[in-house]
Design a protein around this ligand. Structure first.
Ligand SMILES: [Zn+2]
Length: 420
């Protein structure tokens, strides 16, 4: 039997007290299981006011990054590149919505560790840890929330904590896995997947045998029905069966094929790497100062971390994971919007309209009376089938124009006059 170093040390110390047998039994049962109190500890710290909402480029971001580095070091993991776990990157944001010309440079930090099992394949397990700070970058869904701390407990201290816990589980696992694991904590996600883009650019140079990426973004609000969205299942033909096979008991999985979505797995999918994306769904506190740690379902998060552990192990044992493109993006350049509706689109595949996951206060959709849960079918005469045609329709509207917007509400068609 293989004994990990930490285990051996503990065992020796405790043998002196004559209770080694008891300790051994407990240890065997506990290892490889996600620990709820670890998740609670990480999330409580990351979503505390001390970190000021972890805005990319802020002091709070640095504090979080140092916390991760210390955790990874404690686990004996090696840095992804160089001697530090931190990977720096830069981008710029337009901070004034009325000024299209001036952009401000932002410096972000990914924190990335590697468990090198000398395997012939590498799997990335990631989550973003940045959030909205005091709404300096205008990503809040609450009007006039500048200056309020957006703690981001679900978005995405929850996914971050799961990655830290998985790093612990894999590095203390007694059976050696058939894959190397890269544990990646991204920053710059809220400004447009900036950190994950940086890692996705170099991953195949640093680890040419990278075969998969698993992303967790907002996994802290598992509801009573245990609904879990699993995205990216269309990016390899082996995935639909694999995710169902390891499904935790009582869970309802909503499978979404697309490799493109509102989070960091998209960056890897666009580099032809198959992906999975786990998400417990949106809620009223999304991107608001009220996304706090007391609203997290910690036992649910623990089950999800165990699920990812099983999936990441199973993926390491697969003979082949062929990559499949799930969508053809019509043009390389993203359409430029002059207007916005102020809603959160549902990214799930559909043909007969796009679900609205959230409505932002004081924006055109909300002002016209459109509600969360409505299904958007038309903007003017332009038909909305899913998120892609939605973006297309939106790009045709000019600021100041007024258009009838059609939605389905409880199966009934309703038309609202929206002033853009
Ligand atoms: Zn977010």
């Amino acid at each position: 039997m293989f004994l990990s170093k930490t285990y051996f040390k503990k065992l020796t110390t405790l043998s002196l007290l004559g209770i080694s047998v008891l300790y051994f039994a407990q240890e065997k049962a506990q290892v490889e299981q996600a620990n709820e109190s670890n998740l609670r500890k990480h999330i409580t710290y990351l979503a505390s006011d001390e970190l000021q909402g972890r805005l990319t480029g802020s002091e709070g971001e640095t504090k979080a990054a140092n916390y991760f580095s210390a955790e990874f070091k404690k686990l004996g993991l090696k840095p992804y590149e160089g001697k530090e776990f931190i990977q720096n990157f830069e981008y710029s944001v337009k901070l004034n919505p009325h000024d299209d010309q001036t952009s401000t440079p932002i410096k972000g930090k990914n924190v990335i560790a590697v468990l090198d099992n000398k395997a012939d394949r590498t799997i990335v397990i990631g989550a973003h840890y940045d959030h909205l700070g005091l709404n300096e970058h205008h990503n809040s869904t609450l009007a006039n929330s500048a200056g309020q701390i957006h703690n981001g407990a679900d978005d995405n201290a929850s996914g971050t904590a799961a990655v830290l816990e998985l790093a612990r589980m894999f590095s203390q696992n007694k059976t050696k896995e058939n894959a190397n694991y890269v544990f990646a904590l991204f920053s710059g996600e809220e400004d447009g997947l900036m950190g994950s883009k940086k890692l996705a650019e170099t991953i195949k140079t640093t680890y040419p045998n990278t075969i998969f990426m698993i992303n967790m973004d907002m996994v802290g609000r598992l509801n009573d029905k245990k609904d879990l969205t699993v995205g990216g299942v269309g990016t390899s033909p082996i995935l639909p069966e694999l995710v169902k096979k390891h499904k935790p008991e009582g869970f309802n999985l909503a499978l979404d094929e697309s490799g493109v979505g509102p989070s960091d797995h998209t960056s890897f999918y666009l580099k032809d790497i198959p992906v999975l994306f786990l998400f417990t769904g949106t809620h009223n506190d999304y991107h608001k100062p009220t996304d706090d740690s007391d609203k997290i379902n910690y036992s649910g998060g623990t089950v999800i971390a165990n699920y990812v552990f099983d999936l990441a192990n199973a993926l390491g044992n697969e003979k082949e994971i062929p990559f499949v493109k799930t969508k053809v993006v019509a043009s390389k350049s993203v359409p430029k919007y002059k207007v916005s509706l102020g809603i959160m689109p549902n990214y799930a595949d559909s043909k007969d309209g796009m679900g609205i996951d959230g409505v932002i206060d004081n924006r055109p959709a909300a002002n016209a009376g459109i509600l969360q849960g409505d299904v958007l079918t038309k903007i003017g005469k332009c038909e909305v089938k899913e998120v892609y045609s939605y973006m297309d329709c939106l790009s045709k509207v000019n600021a100041g124009e007024e258009h009838p917007v059609t939605v389905k509400r409880n199966g009934e068609e309703k038309i609202f006059n929206v002033k853009f």
